[in-house]
Design a protein around this ligand. Structure first.
Ligand SMILES: Nc1ncnc2c1ncn2[C@@H]1O[C@H](COP(=O)(O)OP(=O)(O)O)[C@@H](O)[C@H]1O
Ligand SMILES: N[C@@H](CCOP(=O)(O)O)C(=O)O
Length: 324
């Protein structure tokens, strides 16, 4: 009598689309890079248990866990739709490092809301529409990062490359992604708070930057629709966040120099960092970049160990899925 949902990692911004573009990714070796939420009926009130590699990094009081907040919001919405509210036991398998730039909080939010929805669909014959679910996810992500941005929750939930549109009846549109590209994701093992990384950004931008931003994003979207990979990745440049955030990412500029000189299609900060992503359509190069990043981008602690990792990924076109 339980339902488990997996929600994948994502690259927020994809360099050209600050807060409005995101891509879901999955490691090619089959690693489940994302969070899993399991929902079961309970006879003793609502409960949340957190397990997994990164469980210790989350608030000790489960009421402060975003998954708990998702349950409260979901229940409110059930009441608003005149539905009975069941008592549930939720287990969060926290597989994603917190403050990583891999959309960790979005993974928990999407797995929780989609998990609850799948549970009600299976056992209570009720489900919310995709749009309502996405709105709930956006609200929860905003609670954590301090402002509403869908660039992680939308690809994490819907899969593929997602472009946010300023129409609350649509929210997100799918863009054709480059399925043959490899995205090498290098998480150095240090934590960067999304909220803090947003606070260091300017409140206003110079006209030249605004023009570059608009031109790069428009060119990228057009190139995606024309399947013009060379054009798309040639404009993958971030004038909004990277110039200000790279200073807080140790080794980032050396990595960009090496990867660019070695012929990657593009390199950038995943979300608010510290994860770096690098794009190539050549598998041999993907392996070369992954091993260089492993050697040079991961940060080691005083004991010589690192909590970082590198994965060779491709586009995850499925998004959140119910596990068998
Ligand atoms: N289930 C959860 N997953 C991730 N972060 C959570 C969760 N519940 C609460 N948090 C808190 O939310 C914040 C997430 O930080 P954030 O920088 O937005 O992470 P990320 O960039 O990895 O999504 C942290 O302070 C963390 O303790
Ligand atoms: N658009 C956001 C994306 C944050 O992604 P995360 O993975 O770091 O949570 C931003 O750049 O602030």
């Amino acid at each position: 009598m339980s339902v488990s949902v997996f929600a994948p990692a994502s690259i927020g911004n994809v360099s050209v689309g600050f807060d409005v573009l995101g891509l879901a990714v999955r490691p090619i070796d089959g690693t489940l890079l994302g969070d899993v939420v399991t929902v079961t009926h309970s006879n003793s009130g609502d409960q949340l248990t957190v397990i997994g590699d990164f469980a210790q990094k989350l608030p000790s009081d489960s009421k402060d866990n975003i998954v708990w907040q998702c349950l409260l919001l979901f229940n409110q919405q059930l009441v608003a739709h005149q539905q009975d509210v069941a008592q549930v036991k939720i287990t969060l398998d926290k597989r994603m490092p917190v403050g990583s730039g891999l959309g960790s909080s979005a993974c928990s939010v999407v797995a929780a809301v989609a998990g609850l929805n799948a549970f009600y669909q299976k056992y209570h014959d009720f489900s919310f529409a995709e749009q309502e679910l996405l709105e709930m996810m956006g609200k929860m992500e905003a609670k954590i990062s301090g402002s509403l941005h869908y660039d992680n929750v939308a690809p994490c939930f819907l899969g593929g490359m997602q472009l946010m549109v300023p129409d609350h009846t649509i929210i997100s549109r799918s863009l054709p992604a480059f399925e043959d590209c490899y995205y090498i994701m290098a998480y150095p093992g240090i934590e960067v708070s999304t909220k803090a990384a947003r606070e260091i950004l300017p409140v206003a931008y110079a006209r030249a930057d605004v023009i570059s931003f608009g031109q790069n994003l428009a060119t990228f979207v057009d190139a995606c629709h024309r399947h013009d990979k060379a054009q798309a990745f040639s404009v993958l440049k971030d004038v909004i966040a990277e110039p200000y955030r790279q200073a807080i990412l140790p080794g980032y500029s050396d990595a960009v120099k090496y990867l660019t000189e070695s012929g990657c299609l593009a390199v950038g900060i995943s979300g608010s960092g510290p994860t770096l992503f690098c794009v190539t359509d050549d598998f041999n190069k993907a392996q070369q970049f992954a091993s260089w990043l492993n050697e040079n981008y991961l940060q080691t602690s005083a004991t010589g160990t690192s909590e970082g990792f590198v994965h060779i990924c491709q586009t995850d076109s499925q998004g959140a899925v119910t596990l068998p």
